[in-house]
Design a protein around this ligand. Sequence first.
Ligand SMILES: Nc1ncnc2c1ncn2[C@@H]1O[C@H](COP(=O)(O)OP(=O)(O)OP(=O)(O)O)[C@@H](O)[C@H]1O
Ligand SMILES: [Mg+2]
Length: 1109
Amino acid sequence: MAKMEVKTSLLDNMIGVGDMVLLEPLNEETFINNLKKRFDHNEIYTYIGSVVISVNPYRSLPIYSPEKVEDYRNRNFYELSPHIFALSDEAYRSLRDQDKDQCILITGESGAGKTEASKLVMSYVAAVCGKGAEVNQVKEQLLQSNPVLEAFGNAKTVRNDNSSRFGKYMDIEFDFKGDPLGGVISNYLLEKSRVVKQPRGERNFHVFYQLLSGASEELLNKLTLERDFSRYNYLSLDSAKVNGVDDAANFRTVRNAMQIVGFMDHEAESVLEVVAAVLKLGNIEFKPESRVNGLDESKIKDKNELKEICELTGIDQSVLERAFSFRTVEAKQEKVSTTLNVAQAYYARDALAKNLYSRLFSWLVNRINESIKAQTKVRKKVMGVLDIYGFEIFENADNSFEQFIINYCNEKLQQIFIELTLKEEQEEYVREGIEWTHIDYFNNAIICDLIENNTNGILAMLDEECLRPGTVTDETFLEKLNQVCATHQHFESRMSKSSRFLNDTSLPHSCFRIQHYAGKVLYQVEGFVDKNNDLLYRDLSQAMWKAGHTLIKSLFPEGNPAKINLKRPPTAGSQFKASVATLMKNLQTKNPNYIRCIKPNDKKAAHIFSEALVCHQIRYLGLLENVRVRRAGYAFRQAYEPCLERYKMLCKQTWPHWKGPARAGVEVLFNELEIPVEEYSFGRSKIFIRNPRTLFKLEDLRKQRLEDLATLIQKIYRGWKCRTHFLLMRKSQIVIAAWYRRYAQQKRYQQIKSSTLVIQSYIRGWKARKILRELKHRKRCEEAATTIAAYWHGTQARRELKRLKEEARRKHAVAVIWAYWLGLKVRREYRKFFRANAGKKIYEFTLQRIVQKYFLEMKNKMPSLSPIDKNWPPRPYLFLDSTHKELKRIFHLWRCKKYRDQFTDQQKLIYEEKLEASELFKDKKALYPSSVGQPFQGAYLEINKNPKYKKLKDAIEEKIIIAEVVNKINRANGKSTSRIFLLTNNNLLLADQKSGQIKSEVPLVDVTKVSMSSQNDGFFAVHLKEGSEAASKGDFLFSSDHLIEMATKLYRTTLSQTKQKLNIEISDEFLVQFRQDKVCVKFIQGNQKNGSVPTCKRKNNRLLEVAVP
Ligand SMILES: Nc1ncnc2c1ncn2[C@@H]1O[C@H](COP(=O)(O)OP(=O)(O)OP(=O)(O)O)[C@@H](O)[C@H]1O
Ligand SMILES: [Mg+2]
């Protein structure tokens, strides 16, 4: 990626000039205009060589983002537009890589942005230096020390809402890798007078307001404070609130920061207790009390406040009360105690408050130092950041001791700046082997000397005055100054003997004026002595030492009676001088980096650039001087490589690549461009350009050339782009065309195909229809032909038929006519031969002929002679119907006679019997049909032949008509017994089947009736004549297989013997006389369970039931 990095330069896209060294022409006006132009374009930073000028934008700009930090990280100083980060990066890298201790000196007047600048430097360094939990903690502690110190050391002033009221120098220590180890903070001269009194429109230190706004009720109660600012005399009321500042929130921030920095809870609490005590001290008021000896004495008005302070700080109330009333002076074992008047008491109170607060502040700094100090003893690299109050000039001779001290400090800083800048410049010339020419510049050493000279310097004289016995006042001090410094060219006063200022009556009486490097400042001498002495009555310091509050006790070590020191403490002036001297020494050992802050307006407003105000600052900061020093010899210098890299396009030999060493390239380049030799000089590693004009000429040429090159590149690029585009388009066009053609052809083909199909189908349809039509036509023709033919044939046939019919009719007619004619002719001829009844004779004759024919035909058609043959030929003529039937009957009778004539006598008898049976039983008894086929045998038992029945045979003399075994039904139970049934001409006999013994004999005359059922059974009852001998035993009930035969024979025999018809009753229910009883015999048909044989059962006395299957 590094190779891809675009090489840029400060000179790119400059607004005005980024480096004042390049300003042409150089004067105050162009300088300010350049600043203004840049300021208007939000370029608040401008260089003078390596010095950064920063103009306060009074609004947040988007130029401190993490991305910006990355931009400036590891880039060369002149590579990007001027920025405080560039300076920080340069300082940090030269500390890390070249092992050079650095100091960053930030100067400028109040509100110019020094503190902000110092914070930006710290945050940049924090962002780019090493990382890791431990390192991050150190960083955090270093950064968080700022809010704590700002709360206690900053205040709202008319110039700045967050004005630092102390000088601060912070050493940040790093290890060899560049990781932060810790830091040391030094503080300079806190403006402690602010604790007791603030100018109009200003505030006390932030912490008082933060405490009252942000502390919890509980904390306030503990500190016996009230939230109301107006309750405290030390808090000016007119601007207690600052716009856009949230004191309560800041209080929490500060408490949090204290915690991060490492304050223990009880320490933080102690600090707040001291703050509360200071606030409450302001509320102690005194009233005068005359004493008898005439001396003024003061008395505390309201002891309540005092009591609370004492409770808070653990001081014995009486001790403190006494300290406010008496002053003890000790000299050589002598103690003199004097009373304090009211004014002195107030003075003492304020002095105590101021001291308490300023010592607390110093303690805080030490405490922070303790926390942030490096933990290791390894060698450290140091980066010092100095944020010190800038040059201060109040109008109307309001400048006092503080301003004097501050300005002295700035004077010293300017001196060190000049020294170091020149030294650096000189060193560079030597390093680069360029001849050093003397540079004319203003050296402010003379002013420093005026102030700090040990014998006749202003500070020395002030100390002298302060230590001098006798009455010492500010006036005596001024007199002394007038005596000693009168001749000094930078000192002026009304009493000055200097002839140059003789006429200067503008100077007030109690003032003196010093012509500082940055301008003249009129100092009001009042308070110098007092402030220099910075006295705190010993009684008070002793009272404080006696406090139970450990922090307060530790703040006043001189109060310890054991360590009583009669020597006066060093004066404020000498203390400051000493610390400034140490600071200077310290700074001299380091590589300086300058940030010069400028305040664009007095209104704390954005976008306003007050030229007069800026002009004033430029003057006293000596910035023009600065530029002049910087470009005393050569205005611009640059290493050969970047120089060649930047301008190589200006010469054919060096463009696009120079093969040799960079220096040779630059030489060739400068020769080619015909730059006058006196305008530049070749150093060892750098080219030095005397005049900015030359550089700008180079820049212009470069710009021109770049434009040409850009045009060329653009041209080629455009050509290339167009061609690529064209080629692409052509390729695309071909592809599209191919596709389109394919598509179009496909579509056309489809169209043709479908059209063809349509046409084809139409043609085929047309053809088919044509053929169909033809076929139909042909078919119709054929049909028509056939029809015509048929009609024709029909016509022909009909014609022929007609003709034939006509012919036939004619023939017939001819025949008829002929017949008639013939008949007529015959009749005419034979008339004379015929009788009148010839017709009747012909009729009879014809009839005779027909009957004759009928009989002759009948003879041939005669049926068989079988009486049962039912055939008879059909009748030929209707009129012979009756004859035909009669003939049939006669024929049947005849053949029956014929048939009968064949029978023998025996056969005749049998048939007679059968006929008899038929007459008796046909259609009356169901058993009858089965008997028709059976021949009536009569004697089934051959009694003659069976020896068993010999006796029986012997007993019977008559002819036996029937001999058969029958079942005689027992009258008691309906069961049957076998009996031989014998019928003779006169008797009916019953015999035992086994023995053949006759059991009963009944003469036929006694038989009255035979009863039987109509059913298919063989039961029959023989009823006997009542009163007869045979009837004594009652009627007989039999069953026999030959019932029909037996009944018929019994009937015939009875008829032939007795000439009486035997009564045969056929009924399914009849009565039978059994001895005395009449029993009903009932026949029931269809009872399945009795099987196929009829069964008889006696049901009761009167009923005998026969079940017939
Ligand atoms: N770079 C900056 N960007 C935005 N605002 C700034 C910047 N520098 C300073 N300011 C504004 O200007 C105000 C004053 O700045 P700062 O406190 O740094 O001044 P100073 O030089 O430290 O003054 P003093 O000498 O009174 O301490 C800041 O509170 C801030 O509002
Ligand atoms: Mg500040």
